[in-house]
Design a protein around this ligand. Sequence first.
Ligand code: ADP
Ligand code: MG
Ligand code: ZN
Length: 583
Amino acid sequence: TLKTVFGFDDFRQGQQKIVEDVLTGQNILAVMPTGAGKSLCYQLPALLTDGLTIVVSPLIALMDNQLAQLNALGVAAGVIHSNRAREDSVADWRRAATGDLKLLYMAPERLMSPRMLSALRGVKIARFVVDEAHCVSQWGHDFRPDYLALGDLTTHFPDTPISAFTATADERTRDEIAVRLLGKAAKMHVHGFDRPNLSIAIMEKSQGRDQLISLLSDHRGEQGIIYCLSRKETESIAEFLCDHGYRALAYHAGLEPEERNERLNAFLTEPDLIMVATVAFGMGIDKPDIRFVFHYCLPASIEAYYQEIGRAGRDGQPARTVMLYGAGDAVRRKRMIEMNTTDASAAEHQRLDDLIMICESTNCRRQSLLAYFGDKRSPCGACDICLNPPEMVDAQREAQLVIGAMRETGEIFGSAFLVDVLRGADTQKIRDRSADQLPCYGKGKFHSAQKWRTIIRQMLAAGLLKADPEFGSIKRGPNLSTLEGVSQFQIRKQKGQTRKTSVEVAAMDGASQDLLAALKLHRLKIARERGVPAYVIFTDKSLMDMAKRKPESPEEFGAVFGVGAAKVRDFSDSFLHVIAAAA
Ligand code: ADP
Ligand code: MG
Ligand code: ZN
């Protein structure tokens, strides 16, 4: 059946054992990385077993995607969801009820509705499959309240086996899934999480947009995903990329359903489209040839990060992942967590901090990521840290001061307060606690607050400090043997500007920078009118030269870098006008 129906010669790693266990009728939880081929582990057994396999899935797009693939394989499968014409869902239900379907997909709230539960009493059910099972975990990053109701499946159908699948690996989530969905007797399959074909890099975000363009220049004509934090950001980055000659679409939960479907379809069918998306995009999307996943923002957690980059290179071919990580992103994320005040927010803060630690760490990225999932490895030799080890500078004195401030304030405050104390800030909280009387007060004025936060983050990453998950207070970490301090501590040397253009821009005087911005705006307007990418009008380098020279006549305009006769003819009037207006 693997060959005749699915067309595969062999199982992939781990699949056969899972299929065998599913076929014995026990409850199982299989954890495999994104792209490993989890669907096959229940689709194949569904074809080999009498009765209907009911698959619970969290997203309509995901169900439709699976259905289309199964139909193309000639498998009798159906789907019931609210976005379909009612007749279609009804027709699929009839076929399921009469035994004509092998697989039926639906959302959890539909399955657990009283009507469906009682209708299912008359149907021969082979097993339930819960896909993306981590959605049941409040600890996990994709919690969906509707998944909680699935816990009653074992009560309603005590004799029907349940198979659960997820790519989210950490132990806590795993245990929660088992307890909530499967009862005690579940068999676990946990498979290696390494994705050797993914290259992994985490870069400091300095000139984010320039960095994106420079990253993308290695990927012309390829498909990829760029993750952003907000809807607005997806729109503006997509627009920015289009202006630079890329084909890009924004994707987020705020789009109308039809629009969203259209964009998803475009991404699935057109070979060179870049999806600029919020995390609303991607869960379960089975597109094998995504060549890159870039993060323009900090993901929400290590699990989320690993799933998001895991969407690249499912075909096993090399794929590139880069996260641009700016200090401001952590603040934005924290603010987002605080805005959704739920009980889980302490856990969310903790999960974010775990990720920040990997960003700040000077150890192999792959090693740190896999260690988080319980896989021990030696350094990979292929991530940004392995390829380009960061330069370190001594920070023993700083570490000493942080530890002193922590000790003197009793290990009950968070990093913001410690930084205030070190910097000698004059705040109400400091006066209330008489912290201005402490020996360490004001001893750290020689660094900015931001620098101190970086130092504290790296001390956390090194295990010298640890953050209390519940209160965020900073305490001594496992690698700090005595509170007297440390004999040695180094931090990463702050890299200067890496992109040449940004240095050039930084070197321009304020008026020229303002003019450059105006020129860019004007270029965008003309590019839009003509329906061409912005660089076709003028490259950034031309605009920069223009902003420096400030030509006043067509002759002077012709002397600007990259401006020939045709461009003088077509553009000198309007650009000279912009320059004159700015003077
Ligand atoms: P996930 O584990 O993320 O749910 P999927 O089930 O979507 O992964 O499978 C990812 C890709 O791997 C699909 O394109 C699928 O057809 C392919 N695949 C699954 N099993 C095999 C196999 N045994 N041989 C070759 N390709 C496979
Ligand atoms: Mg899947
Ligand atoms: Zn490495």
